[in-house]
Design a protein around this ligand. Structure first.
Ligand code: CU
Length: 327
């Protein structure tokens, strides 16, 4: 069952004298922050801003596109209910037993997914559903196949139709970058992404893989980010770019690396000055960063809070940030 998201929206209606900033909060009510429209650097403004920071903290959690969800699959007789669920990286699936002895094993029915040493995480899960272990959970990793089949390996349950599937799609609100495998090419060869974006690789022909590299010149995998097949059984790889994504991440197909079947993922490092933490949003986190730099002088190089680069972090910077508010 998909749990409903409880999100508000940040609206910035114009008013003559004041700018009203509405912030999404846990309840349906909106928090209004009223700040003087004219820029000035009085201490009163700062103290008002600090007072509103606790409200804005609510916004920090909800303004991120990624919000993990919980799903439940119930074993009913020789079936999983629902037999197919659609999830995103970071979501958690819990299987619940109602009777008998069963399990939920990742694999193409009715064989457990075989790593052959190439995919160390396969099978992705093998969850017993017995009297002693009536429930079990699995959290979808950052990198996952777009479709994950699973089955019950007990007796002939699988042969009798006890199978299920997990469809992994980019999280709602996530920017999606698509790479197509064509022959021994990944197209485009280079992409640029930010944490929170989702990269999708599509298989078009032949058997391949996506393995991130610690050393591309020797086709050595990093065992950190991605190690997944891209073939007839697993036609898609979905990767939600994590915060610890390095500046540059090379990857290769483990079958054809020496033949040049490789690609590169670059971390986008261009962001607006008012997006202080460079997360793609201008929100309370950036405002907090700016206020943390209050009074700092020496230019935006040494004081990121000096968003207008006039030599001092002051009310003018706060005004500029609020004018570009985009949570
Ligand atoms: Cu290949």
């Amino acid at each position: 069952m998909r749990m409903k998201k409880n999100m508000g929206y940040c609206l910035i209606p114009k008013s003559r004298r004041h700018r009203i900033v509405q912030i999404p909060v846990l309840s349906k009510e909106m928090v209004s922050v009223t700040v003087p429209r004219r820029q000035h650097d009085s201490l009163e403004l700062v103290s008002n801003m600090i007072k509103t920071l606790s409200s804005i903290a609510f916004c920090l959690v909800l303004s991120a596109p990624a919000m993990a969800e919980e799903f439940t699959v119930t074993q009913v007789g020789l079936s999983y209910d629902p037999p197919s669920i659609t999830v995103s990286p970071g979501d958690t699936i819990t299987w619940v037993r109602t009777g008998g002895t069963h399990d939920a094993v990742h694999g193409n029915p009715c064989f457990e997914a075989d790593s052959q040493g190439l995919f160390p995480d396969f099978p992705l899960f093998d969850i017993p559903l017995t009297g002693a272990n009536p429930t079990g959970s699995w959290t979808v990793p950052d990198a996952a196949p777009g479709r994950i089949p699973y089955f019950c390996s007990v007796g002939s349950h699988c042969q009798q139709g006890m199978v299920g599937e997990i469809i992994v799609v980019p999280r709602e609100g996530s920017r999606v970058v698509v790479v197509e495998q064509q022959g021994l090419d990944f197209i485009p060869l280079e992409i640029e992404v930010s944490p929170g974006d989702t990269v999708v690789w599509n298989q078009n022909n032949g058997g391949h893989s996506v393995h991130t590299a610690s050393d591309l010149s020797t086709c050595t995998q990093d065992d950190v980010f991605i190690s997944l097949p891209l073939d007839f059984d697993y036609t898609q790889v979905v990767w939600e770019v994590p915060e610890n994504m390095p500046e540059t991440l090379d990857y290769f197909c483990i079958y054809h690396c020496e033949l040049g079947h490789v690609g590169t993922i670059n971390r986008a490092d261009t962001c607006e000055p008012i997006d202080l933490n460079c997360d793609g949003f201008v929100n309370g986190a950036d405002l907090a960063g700016l206020l943390g730099d209050w009074g700092c002088s020496g230019g935006s190089e040494s004081c990121p809070g000096d968003v207008n680069n006039d030599g001092t972090v002051n009310g003018a910077d706060v005004a500029l940030l609020l004018a570009g508010w985009a949570p």
